[in-house]
Every structure is written in structure tokens, then in C-alpha cells.
Design a protein around this ligand. Sequence first.
Ligand code: NI
Ligand code: MN
Length: 239
Amino acid sequence: MKQNKTARGVKITWLGHSAFMIESPKGIVILLDPWLDNPRAPSNAKNFEKVDLILLTHGHGDHFGNTVELAKRFNAKVICNYEISLFLQKEGVTNVDGINKSGTTTASGIAITMVDATHSSTIEHNGELAYGGEPSGYVIRFENGFTLYDMGDTGVFGDMKLIAHMYKPDAVLVPIGGLFTMGPREAAKACEMVKPKMIIPMHYGTFPVLAGTPAELKKYLPASMRNRVVALQPGESAG
Ligand code: NI
Ligand code: MN
């Protein structure tokens, strides 16, 4: 297990692609974009004792993933954009908190702010396309002040500086695969703007076309930031 002191008691486990399990200092379990059937998910990816919160960044299947089944199984609260919250309610998910950008909701003592992402968000369901609202990232402030910025699927954009200025994230989850999101060059620029102490790459290696690597990300980062990259293996944790 990789340990990183800067996570301050927040345990961040990568479940492949953009899926993470986060355990707060008080034991609250949060799933981010739980597509747990992704090709790199660890074999025990769905073995949770409990799930308190599920955060969705947008409607694409590689993020929406197993949300409906997990939400129902654990009666987890799903936090997502307003449009996806309507869709989930139609699917019989009752514990849903639909918010929008710059909005903050507090759940289980954790403050979750929806922030911008530049991407798209259509929901594909039974061969039909449903409007999935706008894509987002999240800034998650834990009970002890530790702040995690999940960038979601996004290109690089200048207002990441504003997000950094307002919320001062300690750690970021940053997509690096390219093609559908930032590649290593763009992700390095994003990290340069946000200046987190910990950089966890995601959305790469799932399929051959998501070709960006943590090594390339490091190459594009300023030398002083290279040792902040924590490249997890699926199933591995930081913190
Ligand atoms: Ni996407
Ligand atoms: Mn994606």
C-alpha cells in the first residue's frame, strides 16, 4: 500500500478508469463515478461493506456505470447534476441530491461543491439518448479540512485557477488519457494552475486509445511538482 502523509487520514482507492472509493477520517464511504465493470477494475471492486455517497460527474456510461444498482443496494445518496437526478428518480433511485455548478451540498458532514468541467454529458440508456445536463467536477472538503478536487472528464480551462483560488485543493484527480479528456500535456498545465500537493492520474489505460501515462504527465510538469504525482494501480490506495 502506498501511503501519502498529505492525504491526512483520507484514504483514496483507485478502482480503475475514473472510479474511486474515498474513505473519510470519520469512516464515510464515497464512490466517485462508479463504473466498476471497467476493464481494469480490481476483482473485489464491488465488495463494499457500505456506501454513503455516490458522486457523478456526468452522464457518460464510463462514469454513470453501476450507479443505479449500487445506490439501491446501499441506499447511498447520489449527488449529481439536476438533469441526471431526474433521470435517476425515473429509474427508481430515491436518495438523490441534484445540484448545479458553484452549488454546495453537505452530506454526512462533508461539503461537496460542483465545479465546471469542459466536456459533454449525454446519458445512453436502452439504445436511446437522454439529456444529461452539463458535465462537472467536484471539490470535496472533508471533516478535517482536507480538500480533494475531482476534475471529472474535462479539457484544460483557465477557470481552474479560480477553482484553485477559491477552494485550495490539497489533492487532485486528473484525467490524463487524452482523446476524450486532457492528455498529459494539458493535465500538466491544469496541475500547474491548481498547484495541489498530491496529483492522482485517472482516465488512462482503460483502453489502448486512452494512451497518456503518468510518466508523460511528469515529463510535462515543472520539475518541482514531479514528486507530487501518485500513480496508483487499480485497487491501490493513497493516504
Ligand atoms: Ni465522458
Ligand atoms: Mn469518460
